[in-house]
Design a protein around this ligand. Structure first.
Ligand code: ZN
Length: 362
């Protein structure tokens, strides 16, 4: 789609439709219908937490929420009688839940530095435990964070010729719609091909165009000292999130075991604390499924989380290696929407739409 006006209009229509749905669910939950839909509580996924910065082109905007929104979300959930617990308390809670008091669990994926700068003070202020799932290859700078690389690349260039292993392409990227289109092309290749190889080619392409992928990773992701410092915070836990952030579904059994186990070893070396939990990268069923759940279990992880969206059902106690989470989406930063999502109503009545709301997570 190369018509910027049409492109912007379609994005606006989609966002408005989702906002309208969330408003309706917010009103429905406030009226008290189907209180049982909220299940035993919710595990929330965040990525970047930082003050709002306007950017015309930000394909990762859904991954970024403001500290102010995070605080409002916590206050909203507390007002609805939610109790904050740490992720590692979840198994015992699921075995002995309090039906009158749902739980809220906060998790943050990838190891962004802004988690320390902006999320930690909010969690401290409200005494909320949280888990950061750190991708160890990002922390050591041995792997780059491809979605941030593509963003910088698309901002910088007006035209791109590339072949990441899926055939040669020549793409215009002069206007906003073209830049979003380029992001989708490159992201598609990264997700479909062997990520070790394809990200190597992407990084080379970026460097040829004046974008330095490891510098971007260095700027955005905590280093090992910072991760160690964060792990010493009483409210913080560090979980594993693989070494290279691969699409696990494309890997061999042996590679899956390596990614899960080595990331735990790396983080233990960095923080002196052995992670007990892991988050699967991207986390949808097409990225992590029974094989990955079993691998996490066999490796002795107490709990593993996906990004398949739902509230905590009673059955979760029997599925501790595929715990579902609700993403707090940067496009929909209203405490009413948090209440709507935690009510469980969107997942109960419109699971396909709810799934779309959570698409393209990292
Ligand atoms: Zn991730």
């Amino acid at each position: 789609m190369n018509n910027p006006g049409l492109f912007a209009a379609k994005r606006t229509i989609k966002k408005t439709a989702i906002q309208t749905g969330l408003e309706l669910f917010s009103a429905a939950s406030a009226s008290g219908i189907f209180p049982s839909a909220r299940g035993l509580g919710s595990v929330f996924t965040l990525h970047r937490v930082e003050p709002y910065q306007y950017s015309r082109f930000d394909p990762n905007a859904h991954l970024s929420v403001t500290p102010d929104f995070l605080e409002k979300a916590i206050i909203e959930l507390k007002s609805k009688n939610y109790k904050a617990i740490a992720l590692d308390e979840l198994p015992s809670h699921l075995n002995d839940p309090d039906p009158k008091q749902p739980v809220m669990v906060f998790t943050l994926d990838d190891g962004y530095r802004n988690n320390c700068e902006y999320a930690l003070p909010v969690f401290k202020k409200h005494n909320i435990p949280f888990t950061v799932f750190a991708c160890s290859g990002f922390v050591t700078r041995q792997h780059s964070i491809w979605w941030e690389t593509i963003t910088e690349l698309a901002i910088k260039i007006n035209h791109l010729k590339f072949d990441l292993g899926n055939g040669p392409r020549s793409i215009e990227a002069g206007n906003l719609a073209e830049k979003y289109s380029l992001f989708c092309w490159l992201a598609h290749d990264v997700m479909m091909l062997d990520q070790d190889e394809v990200i190597g080619r992407l990084d080379e392409l970026a460097r040829e165009n004046g974008v330095q992928p490891i510098d971007i990773t260095d700027q955005l992701i905590m280093n090992d000292d910072e991760l160690k410092q964060l792990s010493s915070e009483p409210l913080a836990q560090i979980g594993a999130h693989t070494v290279s952030h691969p699409n696990l579904a494309l890997l061999t059994d042996k590679q899956v075991t390596f990614e899960l186990d080595q990331s735990r070893r790396d983080i233990e070396t960095m923080t002196s604390v052995r992670p007990t939990n892991i988050a699967f990268p991207y986390g949808k069923l097409e990225n992590a499924n029974q094989r990955e759940y079993q691998a996490a279990k066999a490796l002795g992880f107490e709990l593993a989380v996906s990004t398949e969206p739902d509230v905590l059902q009673a059955s979760a106690k029997n599925n501790l290696h595929s715990i579902q989470r609700i993403s707090l989406n940067g496009y929909y930063q209203s405490n009413r929407y948090v209440g709507a999502l935690a009510s469980g109503l969107p997942f109960k009545f419109f699971p396909r739409i709810a799934n779309k709301f959570q698409s393209l997570l990292r």
